[in-house]
Design a protein around this ligand. Structure first.
Ligand code: BTN
Length: 252
């Protein structure tokens, strides 16, 4: 692609017209695939979201893509790669579409209070070594017929801007930005990524609810700390930090 200026991400790529899920496929081939291999599909028949949800992936309207990475990191440091991917998508949308998106911590991309992109990071690791990470990115680019039950919550770049976007250009920019921020994260750590995550956050400064394994927590989102956790002042007046969970932001 003329839009790709990376050293390794996207150098090997597999394009499918139809597939169950690019993340499933990526996990099948990951052990034998070079670092930075990407899988792109025109359509997914069982696109997967976080927390066992499904992800609608209609034909030819979105970017349904998975990136295989093999970082030399501790498994717990790989959690932040979701945020690395999220800021990469936000920067790419700014570059190509010229609109500002926000990140609902840790990884939903929000435009005009609706979701335009979701990220599903999956990992295979041993005690202290990562075998591979698969970052699945789903962007609703030119989609224009969401089912009724998604209409208030999901949108596409096309529905918000009224102009069709070149998916190849946007894909190239996502991968260029991903390589940039991924390298920065590997070399400089989360400190380098953190200010961008904070600047683009739609969660910080708002009342939120978080579903965790221990139950539901309500509180006020204060900041993102230097490990990438969300810092929350609970309504019981305790300050806690959350590494992952399902966050709902009041009003979204
Ligand atoms: C979420 O918001 O819950 C995450 C959605 C992730 C969707 C992408 S589309 C490409 C990749 N393949 C999948 O099955 N899911 C991810």
């Amino acid at each position: 692609s003329p839009y790709l200026s990376t050293n390794f991400i996207g150098k090997y790529y597999i394009h499918k017209s139809i597939i169950d899920s690019t993340n499933n496929f990526a996990k099948e081939i990951a052990s034998n695939a070079p670092d930075g291999t990407i899988i792109i599909a025109e359509e997914q028949t069982s696109g997967r979201g976080r927390l066992g949800r499904s992800w609608l992936s209609q034909k030819g309207c979105g970017i349904w893509m998975s990136v295989i990475l093999k970082p030399d990191l501790q498994p717990q440091q790989a959690i932040n790669l979701t945020q690395v991917a999220a800021i990469s998508v936000v920067k790419a949308i700014e570059e190509i579409v010229n609109v500002e998106c926000k990140i609902k911590w840790p990884n939903d991309i929000i435009l005009n209070n609706k979701k335009v992109c979701g990220i599903l990071t999956e990992m295979s690791s041993e005690i202290d070594k990562i075998n591979y990470v698969v970052i699945g990115i789903g962007v609703n680019v030119n989609c224009d017929n969401f089912p009724e039950e998604l209409k208030g919550k999901a949108t596409s770049l096309y529905l918000e801007t009224h102009s069709k976007i070149d998916r190849k250009k946007l894909t190239g920019s996502i991968l260029n930005n991903l390589e940039l921020y991924y390298n920065a994260y590997l070399q400089k750590g989360f400190d380098y990524i953190r200010p961008i995550c904070i600047e683009k956050s739609i969660t910080i400064g708002r009342q939120i609810k978080v579903i965790t394994n221990e139950g539901e927590i309500q509180g006020y989102a204060v900041t993102i700390d230097n490990t990438g956790s969300l810092v929350v002042d609970t309504k019981e007046a305790k300050r806690i930090s959350i590494m992952s969970g399902d966050v709902s932001v009041r009003g979204l």
